[in-house]
Design a protein around this ligand. Sequence first.
Ligand SMILES: [Zn+2]
Length: 164
Amino acid sequence: MTDIKPSRRSLLTWLGAGTGFAVLAGCGSNKAEAKSFPVSMSEAQWKQKLTAAEFRVLRKEGTERPYTSPLNKENRAGTFTCAGCANPVYSSKTKYDSGTGWPSFWQAISGGVGTSTDYKLAYPRTEVHCARCGGHLGHIFDDGPKPTGKRHCINGIAMDFKPA
Ligand SMILES: [Zn+2]
């Protein structure tokens, strides 16, 4: 479902040329960008749509400083959606306080996210992104609570909250 389509990607890269991002888009370091997603925009278009901080996390796999997101303390019932495309990615039912300073969940909404392997650090990590636009959300670790044992460590700035 996420097979690489070089021609389409080249076109998008071409459309984004002139902004200086063509080289970055072509370096292949961001696996999410190498895939085809239902919502697909050029870097220039994303820059217009997102705030600078959102762009850095969602499109450049940045990480927000811990304890900075108001969503850390968001405990109402509702749905966390991708800040890039409004795709529902996490439910309040799976949110828990991990004590890390980032909004944490033990499970994603089914079909809401995709994963890739991130080799940025010395050890591989499971990167998690929006299944609709490919926007980087965070990482998944194996030290989460039951029933999954997973900790989805998510940048709050990559999400919006819709109360139920
Ligand atoms: Zn998205």
